[in-house]
Design a protein around this ligand. Sequence first.
Ligand code: SF4
Length: 658
Amino acid sequence: MIWRAKTKASSGHPPGSEIRRSEMRIPRKVSIRSYAFLHGQGRGLLRRRMKISLLQLPIQGHDFFFSNENIPLAAACLKTVAAQQNIDVQLMPRHLMSYGSDQAILEFLIDARPVLVGMSCYQWNIERSLFLARQLKRELPLCTIVLGGPEITPDNDFLLQHGDFDIGVVGEGEPVWEPLLQSFPRIPKLPGLLLKNKNGQWHFTGTNTSRVSLRLLSSPYLSGCLDPHVGKVLWLETVRGCVNRCAYCYYHKQSPRLRLFPRERILSEVRRARNHGIEEIVFLDPCFAKRPRLGTLLDRLAADKNTGGMGFHAECNAEDIDAVTAKKFSLAGFTQLEVGLQSTKAGTLRLIRRRFHPQRFLEGVKHVQKGNIKVRVDLIAGLPGDTLDDVRRSIDWVLEHEAYDFLMLYALSLLPATELHQRSRELGLSAIPNPPYFVTRSPEMDAAEICQAFQYYEERMGEDICPLEMPSALDPKAKDFSLPGGLRNVITWHTRDQIQPLSFVWGRTAYAMTICFSADVLKLPAMWVPLLRDYLEHNPFTLLSVEVPPDSFPEDLKPLWQLAEDHGHMMDRDYTVTHTPYRSFLILSRARDLIWKWPDPRESNPLELPDGQKISYRPTCLVAASEKTSFKWLVDHLAKRYSTLPEIRVWDPPENED
Ligand code: SF4
């Protein structure tokens, strides 16, 4: 079967807006809201001039797409507060934090010898953060490791299996940070902490109900603690807290009341961003249209909008937007609004505590679109109450009413500490126990049906929702690509002499690596298998791509596939993909302007989920080709190599992709 996919760019959407599978998986605004710890005197630390390092690991991808958007806002808030107290808190250098391999990050920290390392933990980085914590503890046993962020909850069974950190900060961290610094290295008696008892068991010191006044916090951008140039995108909070109570969300539980950052601070941050050439500001507010005195803020943003083409993005309910508000959004410079619809079925929405008024929703979307603002609508597959037909109906409803510019379908994650997680038994939900905690069964849908929902979405959109993630080293459009800090993302093994232990370079490698083999070297697995195995053991969160000569045969690739099978990565847990779920280890070839991924032998066997369900996939050859490039010869090429031809999915990379 040959499957030719349109991309968003080829179907008339704006440049660079092609559907990103990993983006689909991580609802970024929900996930990245600030979970800063804050506020401290820390005179003890000042006297002792101790080193504190903070970091936030990125969403990983072979092409580093999300590394560019890894903005450590929470860590920067901590740095800002510490700076006010004359305590030097260092953010890990961006090139290492956002692009570095596991060993590159570890070597930096071990050399720096900090007394305290803090990590912001989200569903996409918690496992890697815990790995780094474990390695750090081995090398620097006296270093205190503090984890914060939405993954740190007292009922996160996955987290509590690990004993490699010292303190978990549950919920908003600012109220904890000051006493933590002041009493360091003694741990203060405070609510809001996960601590180990004498038997090494975790115990929770109780819910911390104190909240910091946002009026007292300095801006990490205005204070210069956070580089505003990161990826030309800037994230801003104008509020903390949420008035909604969605059952799949944890954010509102730790910040139930809406608190506002001062308007003048927000306007100053926007002005500064504009002066620094920032192209896009993403407001992290969960419901931007619910911000008290919204009209005044929009008017002020509009009045300031005299230079530059900066665009604003925000999230809100379509029902909250009337014609007047939509006009104000437009005049203020908003270019995209994201609306979480999730489902159109009333019973499902009741279960997850969402509201939906079809007529007002449609009117809200139309008002927004009239103002030249793109609307991105989100749906979720696997919600309790939704059958496969219900998900299809939700997709159809949005499409038939043309109530979208971008439509996204997400898999439901059973996030720790959410209402759905707490009621999972009663609601009949089961999920993968490790991040990203995808639901695998509800009373209405099993895993195969959840997969079918994504296939239906793909068919209806006419787009490949999981295009080949092109490693930068092989991407023809990234000819002059180089990573910040001189990190290496490509190693060439074309001759025997070039096959060297990778331990000499892993202090300077990136987390996504491409190894380029010649035909001769490919025939010498005894030389290179131990070296690659050693690299992956020491850098288990590596995304590896291997380029092999195009005339290779599947037998030549066996040692590589064996390595791939032994290399587990969170990226391979997404069972809902419309083709291969094995995406952390790619074998690729290039010829005649085509780049293709060889079918992974594991695709021939069903994938067994933790709850015993099995999902079947077809062996797939993913091909990147422009519309003008013929790929017919590749069919013959593969036919000579496989008794049964794999599915060939041809993807047109957008011409204008950066
Ligand atoms: S409660 Fe709902 S609206 Fe509020 S942050 Fe969570 S998902 Fe968003």
